[in-house]
Design a binder for this molecule. Structure first.
Ligand code: SF4
Length: 425
């Protein structure tokens, strides 16, 4: 039960990266609001954007009907775009109206979009101005979810990075642990229980479930990234003195073990105690994964760049399920945060960063992998060419972290192959 080797030599740690720039097929950062608004229960996300932005949010959120929604769009109309109205005055009016009607909102994010950036509406100044006005009642922050040169998980990174400068100073002499990344509550609770059993007593989450419960930060903070797409947030935390614990991401039995082990080592937890505490969860995960192993072992898989989860998921599928990654594409490759993951990918895997969608599809057609993980817009055309696909965005919306979700995670990849086999019969 040894945590996976950290410095495997046959991996892709120093493999050349195929960098591409061209037409891309990804959602924009506004999409993150769909899972962030569920996480921080007294926050509101006000997108300052166009009707297109409102439609994106509405369709990404499905047909949810809220009595009191926690996101909305302040529509920039044509006369705003033409400079015929004072957008700042209008924005102040919208915010005043919203906060008067909804005193339960304790944290308001003004979320920038392509249109607000085109007209150079300075939302950081607006947030500072409105914060003074609503001081003591509602905190007002801003970030950009704009689609220009971004991918959809960057929305969460930008949102969490916006929270960091506002976190209180941690003045305690004792080390504390911070889990960074929006996890479903049930998964977060599982991790909190494991850390408590290990004997790590002070554990916070960023984001917290309530605006008033955001964690303090300082040189005694050790943090674990729960998501691989939080580069800006990590940098902001490091600027506040916090120290990142290097680990695999908590996907699968091995990834979760390694992630927990990084914290246990930093907090001086006895190795035998660590093994005792994690053994039941780790065994459960291995048993659950084994259900899908038969279908997935030896199958070839390509990831097109979409969610930024691609590298850790490819590592999980290669090391725990015996799949063969053909190409692992990711919108941005954060080498430092992904070093251990890359080291465990089979040598010879093509690692690509960015996207030139036509060239990438040509490579998929030439390689004809058993499974292609891609965005919604590419899945149907590929299926019509006889290729089996998996929607990348489903992996962001599903609980996939930790021991107890490892079986479900494997199953998410096994299901399209099973469906393909059934259709063939
Ligand atoms: Fe479209 Fe930009 Fe609005 Fe996203 S932010 S929905 S890319 S206009």
């Amino acid at each position: 039960m040894t945590p996976p080797a950290v410095a495997a030599t046959l991996g892709c740690e120093s493999a050349p990266v195929l960098r591409e720039r061209g037409q891309r097929e990804v959602f924009c950062g506004l999409t993150g609001i769909i899972w962030l608004h569920r996480k921080v229960q007294d926050a509101f996300f006000l997108v300052v954007g166009s009707r297109t932005c409102a439609h994106l949010l509405q369709s990404a959120a499905g047909v949810m009907v809220f009595a009191e929604p926690r996101f909305g769009t302040a529509i920039i109309e044509e006369r705003d775009l033409a400079g015929m109205a004072d957008c700042n005055e209008e924005l102040d009016r919208v915010v005043d109206r919203l906060l008067t009607r909804r005193p339960d909102i304790k944290l308001l994010f003004l979320v920038g979009s392509c249109p607000s950036e085109v007209i150079k509406l300075d939302l950081s100044r607006a947030a500072a101005r409105l914060s003074v006005k609503h001081a003591g009642v509602t905190k007002i922050l801003n970030y950009s979810g704009s689609g220009i040169e971004t991918t959809f998980t960057e929305g969460e990174d930008a949102c969490l990075a916006a929270l960091v400068p506002d976190l209180a100073d941690d003045t305690s002499d004792l080390m504390s642990l911070m889990i960074v990344g929006a996890l479903p509550d049930v998964v977060e609770d599982q991790f909190l229980r494991l850390f408590a059993e290990l004997g790590i007593t002070t554990v916070h989450s960023l984001p917290a479930r309530r605006a008033g419960a955001m964690p303090p930060v300082g040189p005694n903070t050790r943090f674990l990234l729960a998501q691989p797409f939080l580069g800006e947030t990590a940098r902001a935390l490091e600027d506040r003195g916090a120290v990142r614990l290097d680990a695999l991401f908590p996907f699968g039995a091995e990834g979760t073990t390694n992630w927990l082990h990084a914290a246990a080592t930093a907090f001086g937890i006895d190795e035998m105690h660590f093994r005792r505490v994690i053994a039941p969860g780790r065994e459960r995960a291995k048993r659950a994964i084994a259900h899908s192993a038969e279908r997935l072992a030896g199958k070839r898989i390509t990831f097109l760049p979409d969610s930024q989860l691609e590298v850790p998921l490819a590592r999980f599928l290669a090391t725990e399920l015996g799949m063969q990654p053909v190409e692992v594409g990711t919108p941005y490759l954060h080498r430092r945060h992904l070093a251990q993951e890359l080291a465990l990918l089979p040598a010879g895997t093509i690692i690509s960063e960015g996207q030139d969608v036509d060239r990438q599809l040509d490579r998929v057609r030439a390689a004809r992998p058993d499974l292609t993980v891609c965005g919604l817009g590419l899945a149907n055309p590929l299926e019509s060419e006889g290729l089996t696909t998996k929607w990348a965005i489903e992996l962001v919306f599903s609980p996939i972290h930790g021991f107890d979700q490892a079986g479900d995670l494997a199953e998410l990849f096994a299901r399209p192959l099973r469906r393909r086999d059934v259709l063939k019969v």
